[in-house]
Write a protein that binds this ligand. Structure first.
Ligand code: SAH
Length: 344
């Protein structure tokens, strides 16, 4: 069986023609999908006998809203989305000045093992299919009732550890007959799988890259991010700089501020020297404490001091605003909480 949401437009055309349908049916199908249609039975523009034939070959993957948490302090919404096999994933909607933005997951769980992250505590459960990655956007956009302007692939999972499905998703979400999302409006975030950064670069599309660096000192980075043992800080930053030069897109370096772990000013100077003069920016993320460890957020003065050092190197540096603080349960925590409490 084929998941319609995992198919590129030409593939839907092939499917339609193979079933003896007219080519324009593909457009109708793609249109239904983009508007959030969840069942072939609801595609009423298609003749009934064609719908029956289509159902023998294809289906629409499930990405239903299982629970929705709406912030009372801002307009952030967090969704727990249920998949066909009962797995739950997190998708977040944030409203910014430049429009609604959705943070999307690529895996159920994660196997990268970063010490500060809740998504990785139980390891990788499975990869999401291209249709399930797309389905998150479709479901949230339908719930919002408004076009989503940007997406960040920064939810649970390591996108580059699910590379082929990620690429297929990017092709599908970009399709003119479908969601029509421009690559400039998409950001992919990685903990630093260098060969995949190079592969994405070789594809030569104007997609934004974010690298979760979090620590500049090699030995210290290895302690909190096991991936650093495979790809060094030096290699990751070199790959980021090359990506920026090649694509002319500013690369974002995410830097989690953890009290007494990553927040020393010495570290800030090293980072500043490293990025000075390159097409880059730093996004400082005061760490979200999770139950599984004792990491703490530094106080505001330390955060500001760290930022000031970087600014002095003329490195654009922002501090991530905490959105939806009242519904937080940091990255990957919502899912764990609900699974635990409801014994799913
Ligand atoms: N695997 C990818 C994308 C998912 S993680 C990556 O590593 O980039 C998205 C971002 O959230 C990463 O920068 C990650 O390091 C960060 N993150 C994970 N746990 C966090 C926590 N407890 N507090 C703050 N940021 C966290």
């Amino acid at each position: 069986m084929l998941d319609l949401r995992s198919l590129e437009y030409v593939e839907v055309e092939e499917l339609v023609l193979g079933l003896g349908g007219k080519k324009y049916r593909a457009k109708q199908i793609y249109n239904y999908l983009a508007r959030g249609c969840t069942s072939i039975d609801d595609m009423l523009q298609l003749p009934q006998d064609f719908r029956e034939k289509l159902k023998e070959e294809a289906y629409i993957c499930k990405t239903d809203i299982y629970r929705k948490f709406e912030s009372k302090v801002d307009s952030t919404r967090k969704y727990l989305i249920e998949l066909e096999d009962g797995n739950l994933i997190e998708t977040v909607l944030m409203i910014y000045k430049n429009g609604p933005s959705v943070c999307i997951s690529t895996q159920v769980g994660c196997r990268m093992g970063c010490k500060f992250c809740a998504s990785t505590v139980d390891g990788l459960i499975r990869n999401l299919t291209p249709g399930e990655i797309l389905g998150q956007l479709i479901t949230v956009q339908k719930d919002l009732g408004e076009r989503v302007a940007n997406i960040v692939i920064m939810g649970s999972g390591e996108p580059f550890d699910n590379y082929n499905n990620l690429i297929k998703f990017l092709k599908v979400v970009h399709e003119e007959q479908g969601m029509q999302l421009g690559y400039r409006h998409i950001t992919v975030s990685t903990c630093g799988l260098v060969p995949k950064i190079k592969e994405l670069q070789a594809w030569n599309i104007p997609i934004n890259l974010a690298i979760s660096l979090h620590q500049v000192d090699q030995a210290k980075r290895e302690k909190i991010m096991p991936i650093a043992r495979t790809y060094s800080v030096e290699e990751v930053v070199a790959a980021g700089k090359e990506y920026a030069e090649f694509t002319k897109r500013r690369v974002t370096y995410e830097y989690a501020l953890i009290e007494d772990v990553t927040d020393s000013l010495e570290e800030a100077h090293k980072l500043g020297k490293m990025l000075k003069g390159s097409l880059s920016m730093v996004n400082l993320i005061p760490i979200n404490p999770i139950k599984e460890n004792s990491f703490k957020k530094p106080n505001i003065f330390r955060i500001k001091a760290f930022q000031t050092v970087l600014l002095n190197y003329h490195v654009i540096t922002t501090v991530r605003r905490e959105l939806g603080a009242d519904i937080n349960g940091a990255c990957g925590q919502l899912r764990r909480d609900v699974i635990r409490k409801e014994q799913r």
